[in-house]
Design a protein around this ligand. Structure first.
Ligand code: IMP
Ligand code: MG
Length: 181
C-alpha cells in the first residue's frame, strides 16, 4: 500500500496539535469527545500530548456502510456522552471530508449546552468539503483519495496500520479477494 503520511510524520504533528490545544485552552478544563471508531488511535496519542485538565468522552457516528467509499446517511449515537453542560468541548474525528459528519455532531452536541464547541481532525480533504466551516485543528490537508490506517478503515479493516496509506484499486482488489476467499 502506498504510504501518504508516515508514522513519524504523524507523531510529530500530533505532538504539535497537543501543544497548540494546550496553549489555546491553557489551564481550562476540556472534554475531548472522540468520534467512534475512527478517532481512537488519534485520541490515544493526542490526549498524551495535551496538558490541560482533561476528560475523555466518546460518541458514535457512522456514515459509511461496508465497502462503500462514498458517504451514506449519517447516524449518531450519543448514549455514551456524559454531562457536558458548561464545559469546553473539542470534538475529535479521524477525517473531515464533506464535513457533514462534523456538522451533524456539532448540532447534536449543542443540545448538551456546552460552554464552547471546537473541532479537531487528523486529516482534512479540503477539496471535498461542502459545509461552510472548517476544522479548528487539523493535522494534514490531503487530496481527494481514499485513505486508511491510524484509525481510518475500509470495510472495518486497516485501522491498526501506524501510517496513513492510500487505498488504490489494486489494494481494493486484494481486499475483495481476501474477504471472498
Ligand atoms: P464527512 O461526513 O464527509 O466529512 O465524512 C467523515 C467520515 O467519513 C469520517 O468520519 C470517516 O469515517 C469517513 N471517511 C471519509 N473519507 C474517508 C477516507 O478516505 N477513508 C476512510 N474513511 C473516510
Ligand atoms: Mg468515521
Amino acid at each position: 500500500m502506498k504510504v501518504l503520511i508516515s508514522e513519524q510524520e504523524i507523531q510529530r504533528r500530533v505532538e504539535e496539535l497537543g501543544r497548540q490545544i494546550s496553549e489555546t485552552y491553557s489551564g481550562r478544563p476540556l472534554t475531548i469527545l472522540g468520534v467512534l471508531t475512527g478517532s481512537i488511535v488519534l485520541l490515544a496519542d493526542l490526549i498524551r500530548a495535551t496538558e490541560v485538565p482533561l476528560r475523555v468522552a466518546l460518541i458514535q457516528a457512522a456514515s459509511y456502510h461496508g465497502t462503500d467509499t462514498t458517504p451514506g446517511e449519517l447516524s449518531i449515537n450519543a448514549d455514551l456522552v456524559p454531562d457536558l453542560k458548561g464545559r469546553d468541548v473539542l470534538i475529535l474525528d479521524d477525517i473531515f471530508d464533506t464535513g457533514n459528519t462534523m456538522a451533524g455532531l456539532m448540532e447534536r452536541i449543542k443540545d448538551f449546552e456546552p460552554l464552547s464547541v471546537a473541532t479537531a481532525v487528523l486529516l482534512w480533504k479540503s477539496d471535498r468539503t461542502v459545509v461552510d466551516f472548517q476544522p479548528d485543528y487539523f493535522g494534514f490537508r490531503i487530496p481527494d483519495e481514499f485513505v486508511v490506517g491510524y484509525g481510518l478503515d475500509y470495510d472495518d479493516e486497516y485501522r491498526h496500520l501506524p501510517y496513513i496509506g492510500v487505498m488504490e484499486s489494486s489494494d481494493l482488489e486484494e481486499h475483495t479477494k481476501k474477504v471472498d476467499g
